[in-house]
Design a protein around this ligand. Sequence first.
Ligand code: ZN
Length: 384
Amino acid sequence: MGWKTLKLRHGLVLVVIALSICLALLGCAGPASPLTPAPVPESTLTAEVTVTSNRVIADFPDTIAFTLEGTSALPVATINLEYGTDKRSIVSEVSRVEPEYAPGVKIRASWIWEMKKTGSLPPGAKVWWRWRITDKADQTYVTPRQTIVFEDTRYQWQVEVAPDLDVYWHSLGASLVKELTEGVESRLSRVKLVVNIPEERKPKVFVYPSAEELRGAVLFTQEWTGALAFLEYNIILIPVRSDNLDWAKRTLAHEITHLLVREATFGPFGDIPTWLNEGLAQYAEGEMEEYHRQVLDNAIKETKLISVRSLGSGFPADPDQASLAYAQSMSLVSYLVETYGWADMRELLDVFKEGSTYDNALQKVYSFDTGGLEEQWRAHIGAS
Ligand SMILES: [Zn+2]
């Protein structure tokens, strides 16, 4: 049977290897890149395999094709492709597929990862893979793990390196990129979380000159014009022009703050109230937006504030109520950091990382719970 006629077997198997031992013993927050999974105890003998070709061809943003060619001393029993990304998760995720193969000593296998089936992979994401070949004597050979970067090859990218982010751009112009980057950095300096994101997870921002071009980088079909954050990859795509620079600075400062907060609290616990997460992100943007200020003032006047407790678990779907939720979150975080300082805020995030209810974490750091915070904050903003 020629290799072109081979069909894929259907199983796409997700192998999840728990890192609970690492987390329990070391308190570490998981690896920088996906861990090599524990060896499969199928065989201790190594199959005699010669690999002549082991390559991938990426066709951004749609597919990545993996092919393997070589020979085996004994006829081949199974060939598996294992692959994954540098997406950050509590457990290491390994995907395994088994392309069909011709039984014999000649190895020819290929498989195509179609992003349409699994969801978009952002530009700049790293993909690793290795092949696992088992022969008739149940001996296994595993190719060395290799990595590629899934790049948006439609454009020639340049990079502006800043302390907290790397900005990839191709046609905006160096001076506008510099202005954008400095604007983001100066906003980020408002948020004193003191989080060090390791180099391999440093936020990457891909600047596209139009929303249309940006949409070409993801497999979305709907009309949509905002920025797009892939939080698990620390990758953000954003359309930037000279006439939306201020919006872009605010948006990037907001999204990168989410990444910093996520880094500060990452782990099996680490759940924080929505008002805290959104409040910190907005604090980075700068002063409260005029529209939010009005929404907040009206709600105070009409005694229609949303309770802080309900702002802990998600925001309302109604657009007006959502605006109020954002405005209140910004006001709450401003109150906390301007009254009690950033050291307490950092401690609060530490307590959440260790795992705590919202009330206990607030109690531990500020000596009041959610109800107490609401009372103090209402008095501070003059709400009854
Ligand atoms: Zn947000």
